[in-house]
Ligand binder design. Sequence first.
Ligand code: AHG
Ligand code: MN
Ligand code: MN
Length: 341
Amino acid sequence: MYDSKVNEKLTAYQYLLKDKLSGDKNRELIALLKDLKLAGRQVSKELNTGALAGSLGDYTGSKNSHGEKVKKLDLIANNLFIKSLENGGNCAGVVSEENEKIVIFNNENSKNSKYIVLIDPLDGSSNIDVNVPVGTIFSILKKPKSSKKLTSKDFLQEGKKQVAAGYIIYGSSTIYVLTVGKGVDAFTLDPYVNEFYVSQTNIQIPENARMYSVNQGNFFEFPLALQEYIRWCEQKDVKTGRPYSLRYVGSMVADLHRSLFKGGLFIYSQAKNAPEGKLRLMYECNPMAFIVEQAGGLASDGKKNILSIKPKSIHQKSPIFIGSSTMVKMVSKYLKSKLFS
Ligand code: AHG
Ligand code: MN
Ligand code: MN
């Protein structure tokens, strides 16, 4: 006897097919998401075996396009994602944090694909060697119709043009969080069958919260207005539940994953020693802003919405204030206030 109620668990693929991306026109996007998931599972395996597989530690070759130290796993993850995207043939090219220039795929399937991908293959890589959660962040855009031969200009689209965005957090479990512009869903990797299954649907970020997340070590480098806001978070006030708690992992993916479920504000500001902040607009800020907005939160660069920034270069940086809507509004009020300029 067949009972349709038994074993109702859907894989990410089945869920998208049935619900968020039903219909033939979405098949290529579903296939592209499958290519990303495959590489995500491979990275998860690399991280799980860690030192045993010899994949921890620094890469002794060159630095990346931002002059930052590269970890062995940064490169392993970059290769796994790019290879999977190339072999899948569902995307025309990639911007990656680990590649100064865009990567163009020349096989027939890829050339005819509608999509392009922007990716941070391994986020929070300074935490790899100490078993603290790291992640992958990605953004999917449509390849402009006018584009004959893909150039970096084709990638310079505002965040609000994103077709899909997601991250994979490699933590105590591996969780894949995705939006295709119809809310936010999460899928947890079952390591025994090596498959992502639906674990949370239509996630809503709490509107208000009592947690802020910032590298407090940079306090005296921050603009005065932000210093004042942080002081406000630290002050006692029964009505608003202050002082707020400070939580900072140092992996954007982990800090935002917590904020998505528990509420909170994540800050990476401009500072005297970093006038544009540190995080990259196209493959860190934009995808996270799309996810958080789809969950009912907000993302700002301090002045305007992250998703309406017109990008000028593929690796450009942006300050970011992102999370629960009430908290983003409050920090923005401080940042815009004439009192502290
Ligand atoms: P990446 O490992 O991709 O270079 O990103 C690291 C980022 C981000 O994950 C995190 O929020 C931030 O760097 C932490 O920076 P600080 O050490 O300056 O706080
Ligand atoms: Mn990163
Ligand atoms: Mn990275």
